[in-house]
Design a protein around this ligand. Structure first.
Ligand SMILES: [Zn+2]
Length: 274
């Protein structure tokens, strides 16, 4: 599933392509992903609106319109947004095609159909409960070592489970939680409350470093993630533990181990993360 760096990469691609374009028509080939309004209302209401800015909150993508509304998309497992300068040829996984006045288009495809789409006035965005309840953005000033320290103090959960909790911190998923814990030298199954102060400080920096590097490398492509231009990411070459079971740890060369933590397949180095 795309995590913060992949969604941010897509957002930056959209910033380069769809900004300023006016939607002329919406073709709905599969409306099951549209949570609000109804597919009919979206199809009738969105044409004539112009995209004036883009945003991201956690793993939610936002396209802001000139009428104080926003199209919000969560790609979940396999959702993709692909921009083309010419009209799209619908294929069987294409669900929505936003055609622009100038002949270009943005197509939303989703093989597994778990993605979700909303189009709402700005004052109603809180109805998207998953987005409204998100914790701070890890790369913003709202996320501080103090916040992390206070958050872990009374938690009974393990540290990986806490990092995956979107209400605690927005945007981390399985890949970057594993990579951040590895960089910080912390075993993923440690009780969150057992972390010492210096470990919390190093985890804070590790989270920021891993996310910043991954954005710079345009995200990680494990299977089918693509950015808005159809390009794959480059960070998979730089992963140190994630997806590397029995292969050498990217830091010390020890074979990487896998275990289940917080219900997720979790990779760690038994030497770097003692
Ligand atoms: Zn190692």
């Amino acid at each position: 599933m795309p995590e913060l760096p992949e969604v941010e990469t897509i957002r930056r691609g959209l910033e380069q392509t769809v900004l300023g374009r006016e939607i002329a028509a919406v073709q709905i080939l599969y409306g099951g992903n549209i949570k609000a309004p109804s597919p009919d209302e979206l199809q009738a209401g969105l044409p004539g609106r112009r995209i004036v800015s883009t945003g991201r909150r956690g793993k939610y993508l936002q396209l802001f319109m000139n009428d104080h509304s926003a199209l919000v998309i969560h790609l979940r497992m396999t959702g993709k947004l692909v921009f083309a300068e010419s009209p799209a040829c619908p294929d069987k996984h294409m669900h929505l095609i936003f055609s622009f006045r100038d002949g270009s288009c943005l197509a939303y495809t989703d093989v597994r159909k778990f993605g979700t789409v909303w189009w709402l006035p700005l004052h109603r965005l809180d109805e998207i409960r998953g987005m409204a309840g998100l914790g701070p953005e890890p790369l913003s000033d709202d996320f501080t070592p103090m916040y992390l320290q206070q958050g872990i103090q009374d938690r009974k959960t393990n540290i990986k489970g806490l990092l995956l909790n979107q209400e605690f911190l927005a945007g981390l998923g399985n890949i970057y939680a594993d990579e951040a814990l590895h960089l910080a030298g912390i075993r993923p199954d440690r009780p969150a409350s057992s972390l010492e102060k210096r470990e919390v400080a190093s985890l804070f920096h590790a989270i920021r470093t891993v996310l910043t590097d991954a954005i710079q490398w345009r995200g990680t492509t494990m299977s089918d993630y693509r950015d808005a231009g159809g390009q794959s990411g480059g960070f998979q070459e730089r992963l140190r533990v994630y997806g590397r079971r029995d292969r050498p740890c990217g830091s010390c060369g020890t074979p990487v181990c896998r275990m289940v933590v917080a219900g997720r397949g979790t990779h760690f180095c038994p030497l770097c993360q003692q």
